[in-house]
Design a binder for this molecule. Structure first.
Ligand code: NAD
Length: 420
């Protein structure tokens, strides 16, 4: 039996291949969309507080820009690999296409551990990244954003460095900036909000009705997981019965208050021990008898080993890559509706796009306007994927790939038919 690969880039290529086969893509376009268009690998030398000079490795991958400038975050992580960055850049290409915003896909990363760095060292790595990448990207070519362990402050330093290099004011070079210097309202909870809108639509099309009273389990109570729990319970009346973080999970059949749990986590460093809850493992939280499961932490948590034990009706993937292809097939067989990652978590990049639009016009929107526009984009994208999955009789992730790959391939044909 073939072993289940966990290499994210190989997974992304396999998913693409399946879509390309069904769409009967021309060989030229197929070969092109299977690989990144351009990659920059570079060194970032930094004088550390100790006086020692450390050289960090940085990457920026421009996967595809046929529908518009590449778009995608920059991750600072000790375990960063170029294959992870490539896979995430590919997923950004499909993500911007599925929500139909005029952007392509890219991603960046630095192998470093921000938890062990002083603020000065972090600033030096951020500026060092832009000092080199700033000649490879531009507001019309490739626009980064925050991702794992990079913050609005990091974006501000990077924008400042870019402005210095290019001698002007270019807020559109990067998104996820603080509000005071060109950020957008609604960026903080955009990912979770987009996923919440998709969950609302999924519940409707599956005949489960409104989200009011539905039970929810959230694995990973970070930015995406916390806001998802908060929005689903406060705005849609759902009941969040379990959440978890890297130290374990908590369960309360009567429901958990997201703000109270977040306050407890701020004080103690974990959700575990929250008053009135029972402890539950990170494996068990996935297998709870709930209506909605939201994997919101890491990759590869739902595999062929545990997919058969999942009992939720909807799996709403805030996280990137939480389900392996083998697990996808099992969930589909069991009738569990997966809202695939690059659709479910596309709210973040959609509001990043709104930020670019606001920067370009130098006119800033109220929070309600951001939410309304986000709702429209996510709802339309959800139904495009649903309709495609129904039409082709495929699981929703493949349906989402079919929508996206078809849109990117059409852009290639229109711009340069000779690639076909
Ligand atoms: P985060 O760092 O804010 O939160 C991650 C959470 O996961 C933390 O609470 C952490 O304790 C928990 N966690 C870590 N290891 C765990 C484990 N083994 N089991 C359970 N929980 C664990 O990160 P985030 O921004 O919320 O991102 C979470 C996921 O969502 C990632 O896959 C990310 O790529 C994806 N995502 C986030 C955004 C966004 O805008 N924040 C956008 C798109 C996708």
């Amino acid at each position: 039996m073939a072993t289940e690969t966990l290499n994210p880039f190989e997974i992304s290529q396999r998913q693409f291949d399946e879509a390309a086969e069904i769409l009967d893509l021309e060989p030229g376009i197929r070969a092109m969309l299977r690989e990144p268009m351009r990659e920059l690998h570079f060194s970032i030398p930094v004088k550390m507080d100790s006086g020692e000079t450390k050289v960090f490795r940085g990457f920026r991958v421009q996967y595809n820009d046929f529908r518009g400038p590449c778009k995608g975050g920059i991750r600072f992580h000790p375990d960063e690999t170029v294959d992870t960055v490539r896979a995430l850049a590919a997923w950004m290409t499909w993500k911007t296409a599925v929500v139909d915003i005029p952007l392509g896909g890219g991603k960046g990363g630095v192998i470093c551990n921000p938890k062990e760095m002083s603020p000065r060292e972090l600033e030096a790595v951020s500026r060092g990244f832009m000092r080199t990448a700033g000649h490879f990207i531009s507001p019309w070519k490739d626009v980064p954003a925050p991702d794992v362990y990079t913050t609005p402050q990091v974006m501000a330093w990077m924008m400042d460095e870019y402005n210095t290099i290019h001698n002007g004011y270019f807020p559109g070079i990067i998104t996820g900036k603080p509000l005071e210097i060109g950020g957008s309202q609604g960026r903080g909870d955009a990912t979770a909000r987009g996923c919440a809108y998709c969950t609302r639509e999924a519940s409707k099309v599956l005949g489960l009705g409104e989200l009011e009273g539905k039970t929810v389990a959230v694995q990973g109570f970070g930015n995406a997981g916390f806001f998802y729990a908060k929005i689903l319970s406060e705005e849609f009346g759902a009941k969040v019965v379990a959440v978890s973080d890297s130290r374990g999970g908590i369960h309360n059949a009567g429901g958990l208050n997201a703000d109270e749990v977040a306050g407890f986590k701020r004080d103690t460093g974990t959700v575990v021990g929250f008053p009135g809850s029972e402890k539950i493992s990170n494996e068990a939280i996935l297998e709870l008898e709930v209506d909605i499961l939201a994997p919101s932490a890491l990759e590869n948590v739902i595999t062929s080993k545990n997919a058969g034990k999942i009992k939720a009706k909807i799996s709403a993937e805030n996280a990137n890559g939480p389900t392996t292809p083998e697990a996808d097939a099992i969930l589909h067989e069991k009738g569990i509706h997966v809202i695939p990652d690059f659709l479910a978590n596309a709210g973040g990049v959609t509001v990043s796009y709104f930020e670019q639009v606001q920067n370009a016009t130098n006119f800033y929107w109220e929070p309600e306007e951001v939410r309304e526009r986000l709702d429209k984009k996510m709802t339309k994208a959800f139904h495009a994927v649903w309709d495609m999955s129904q039409k082709k009789k495929v699981h929703p992730r493949l349906g989402a790939y079919l929508v996206s790959v078809d849109r990117v391939a059409e852009a290639v044909r229109l711009r340069n038919g000779s690639f076909a």
